[in-house]
Design a protein around this ligand. Structure first.
Ligand SMILES: C[S@@+](CC[C@H](N)C(=O)[O-])C[C@H]1O[C@@H](n2cnc3c(N)ncnc32)[C@H](O)[C@@H]1O
Length: 415
């Protein structure tokens, strides 16, 4: 083994091929590159840090898989994400809404739908190119639903809005199975005839089932949804230094523009609900802003970086910008963890210009620099992860190379 490599344990123990990944509130909403709940669950149950386990952090919480699993186990948790849709999903998924009230308002919603008439006035100025993305009928129906839901009591409104959030995307002319905003081909548009109201009610009914199961295991643990950027630091009012027992997270693998399009996926809901920064999420996320002054030190991926630099200088700087942010985030997360606390990072090793970047090694190396010891890395295959397994290395059609077929579950302890 080279000095810059670390142990990897290849195993099927983490594949969960036949598991139901949509239990409890995990069923509420899709999100790009979601973590499988069973992974978070196994880490929380079987890979507890030495000593107490009372406080869990997810610094890239996305749709809140880790937070939901922490809540199910009765453990306090805190998560942060710069994407408002992610925060919204995570907040709704970790709330014990009153089922009885939700069902009452479901009946009211069905009644209101029965009374639907094309609205006289529609104000959708906050939706970019609304006529390009929606038929007139569908836009009016979605507008009508938004209006109704906004009259509901605050204590239940978000439950309904989250179901609508999936609808605003699915009803639009965006292509199914893509996170990016690609419009359905013109000649196929007539085949797209979504039943807005039916879709919405189906989602509500599905989510109510999830809520019922979630409420059965109600406990008094607390969940905090935050908006800080660990690249810049962790505000003390949220987390005191040395207070976190366990981190369970899946960070991005690269900047959103060239890897997973979190911003584009989220723009539907972010615009419909007028969330902050609706259009510029991708530039806010890690690696989203190019930097020229790098402080990054690395032994583990220096050869790969050299190669990418030779092949494409622009891509090289993009990768460096991401890694630089990622390292800073790791340094800040490290400070938040108590002595003998543990981190579990689930990462993927993507290809850039045909060069695979071993982000697992870089993650371990970075945590080592911040006082951690590597315990193990479990390698799983990702059959059911909703992300492209192929990306074009040079944006040429037909020149695809396989990128992430494996996922690396890194476990390290603070010494
Ligand atoms: C792989 S996803 C997490 C998915 C999550 N585990 C789940 O199950 O839904 C990575 C997340 O990191 C977020 N992110 C990227 N850069 C960030 C930053 N600097 N601070 C906080 N979140 C960030 C993205 O918005 C995205 O939601």
């Amino acid at each position: 083994m080279k000095k810059t490599e670390y142990k990897r344990t290849f195993t099927e123990d983490w594949d969960f091929r036949s598991s139901d990944t949509k239990e409890y509130t995990h069923t509420y909403h899709t999100y790009p590159a979601m973590m499988i709940p069973q992974i978070a669950r196994k880490l929380i149950e079987d890979y507890k840090p030495k000593g107490k386990l009372e406080y869990i952090l997810d610094p890239y919480m996305g749709s809140g898989t880790t937070l939901v699993e922490a809540k199910i186990k009765g453990i306090d948790s805190i998560g942060t994400d710069l994407n408002p849709l992610a925060r919204f999903i995570a907040a709704v998924k970790t709330t014990n809404f009153n089922e009885k009230l939700i069902k009452e308002y479901l009946s009211k919603t069905i009644k209101a739908i029965d009374d639907y008439k094309f609205p006289k006035k529609i104000d959708l100025e906050h939706i970019t190119n609304v006529d390009f993305w929606y038929s007139k009928e569908n836009a009016a129906e979605l507008y009508y639903l938004t209006k109704i839901i906004n009259t509901y009591p605050e204590t239940i409104r978000d439950f309904f809005l989250l179901a609508l959030s999936e609808c605003v995307r699915e009803v639009s002319y965006t292509r199914n199975g893509e996170f990016k905003r690609y419009r359905i081909a013109k000649e196929k548009l007539h085949l797209h005839n979504p039943q807005t109201f039916k879709l919405f009610i189906n989602k509500l009914e599905r989510n109510i089932k999830g809520l019922e199961d979630f409420n059965k295991i109600k406990n008094s643990s607390k969940t905090v949804i935050a908006e800080f950027n660990t690249v810049n630091g962790i505000p003390k009012e949220y987390i005191k230094e040395g207070s976190i027992d366990l981190v369970v997270t899946s960070p991005p693998y690269g900047d959103s523009k060239t890897t997973v399009a979190y911003g584009q996926f989220s723009r539907w809901a972010n615009e419909w609900f007028e969330f902050d920064n609706a259009k510029k999420i991708d530039s806010l996320l890690m690696g989203g802003t190019k930097i020229n002054d790098f402080t990054l030190k690395t032994e583990t991926i220096k050869d790969e970086l050299k190669e990418i630099k030779k092949l494409d200088i622009k891509r090289y700087y993009e990768v460096l910008s991401f890694l630089d942010d990622y390292y800073k985030s790791i340094a800040n997360v490290s400070k938040a963890i108590r002595k003998e606390g543990r981190i579990c990072y689930v990462v993927g090793n993507r290809n850039v210009k045909g060069v695979q970047i071993p982000l697992d090694f870089f993650t371990i190396e970075s945590f080592e620099r911040n006082g951690f010891r590597h315990i193990d890395t479990f390698v799983r295959s990702i059959p059911n992860k909703r992300m492209p397994s192929k990306t074009s290395p040079s944006n040429k059609k037909g020149a695809n190379v396989t990128t992430m077929v494996n996922e690396f579950i890194i476990i390290m302890d603070k010494t």
